[in-house]
Design a protein around this ligand. Sequence first.
Ligand SMILES: Cc1cc2nc3c(=O)[nH]c(=O)nc-3n(C[C@H](O)[C@H](O)[C@H](O)COP(=O)(O)OP(=O)(O)OC[C@H]3O[C@@H](n4cnc5c(N)ncnc54)[C@H](O)[C@@H]3O)c2cc1C
Length: 347
Amino acid sequence: MKQAVIAGAGLAGRLLAWRLLRGGWQVDLFDAAARDDTRSAAMVAAAMLSPLAELAVADEVVFEQAQRAMALWPQWLQQLRDDSGREVYYRRDGTLVVAHAPDRATLEHFTRVLHHKLPAAHRSALQAIDGERLAQLEPALAGRFDGGLYLDGEGQLANDELMAALAAAIDKLGGRWHELCAVHALEAKGIDRAQGRCDADLVIDARGVGAKRDWPGLRGVRGELITVECHGVQLQRPVRLMHPRYQLYIAPRPQQRFVVGATELESEDDGPMTLRSMLELGSALYSLHPAFGEARVLRLAVGLRPTTDDHRPALRRHEDLWQINGLYRHGFLCAPALVDQLLHEVS
Ligand SMILES: Cc1cc2nc3c(=O)[nH]c(=O)nc-3n(C[C@H](O)[C@H](O)[C@H](O)COP(=O)(O)OP(=O)(O)OC[C@H]3O[C@@H](n4cnc5c(N)ncnc54)[C@H](O)[C@@H]3O)c2cc1C
């Protein structure tokens, strides 16, 4: 049996471990943190699957990866349910983009940028909607906005449920998980860690921002999110609220929870959320619907997105040592495409 070693049990590391185990590999998965740690980017993320909206800040490479990943997710989540015995919340009901009247120009500009960057074959997914259609899609927002933009086919999943299901599947398929085990040196035939060397046929570096020393130019980009519970508002799908200074989204989750995010700051400070960010995220939520004023704040989360200069998720190879990184704000959107590519190349 071929032996794979993976450094990093975040999003990329867990997906890789699970797919390799399914392919008959023996897998050792090392992470610097404890198994139940929640500080990786994957454990903080909103996990929106937004190939259209993200095109405003991404290019055609990211869009193409996203298309491949969006095709893989339904099949992979079905297989993950079989392997782990767990359900993962996953929806593809589109995204609604709205703006308050003074910010309408921002929404118009956003629409024009997407129209310009989207390949012609995908443009029908961009749908300008009036107040009536908006009220059908999201009754809770009826009368609050006189129209918006509907992004057909976009979706979201629950990151915590996905990460838990991947951990369960890795266990069930016989993967060996080494928690609190930082990896500092990776080579084509093995890794070095404090507890000694571990040899393998395939070595994968999936340490996110932790791989900075071995990936020149890689940086962390700070992002902050609030999770609230609110019983006064029902939303069927993620809503993006345009604003001249930032774009915010509200993504519904099971049990009347909502993830509100995210800030984007050129900083590798992973310390607690600032008051300013809390006020900005909170006021955006309250301005979407005043019933959110009674929401209970469940979590204030901060994470660092592993980011390259060109903002493209990337896969690199040096003999049998592979590196997957730079997933930036597109990890959930794109990771299956890169993981699938790596598996094809090593099998
Ligand atoms: C606020 C926020 C919102 C986001 N929203 C979205 C979204 O809506 N949609 C989307 O697609 N993406 C989103 N993302 C991006 C997504 O979370 C990341 O792209 C993705 O998690 C990166 O995956 P990764 O496995 O490379 O890194 P991570 O998930 O950060 O995992 C890296 C792992 O490596 C481990 N590690 C680090 N150093 C070492 C070491 N020396 N040895 C061993 N292990 C080590 C860490 O403990 C961690 O477990 C968001 C991110 C943030 C922060």
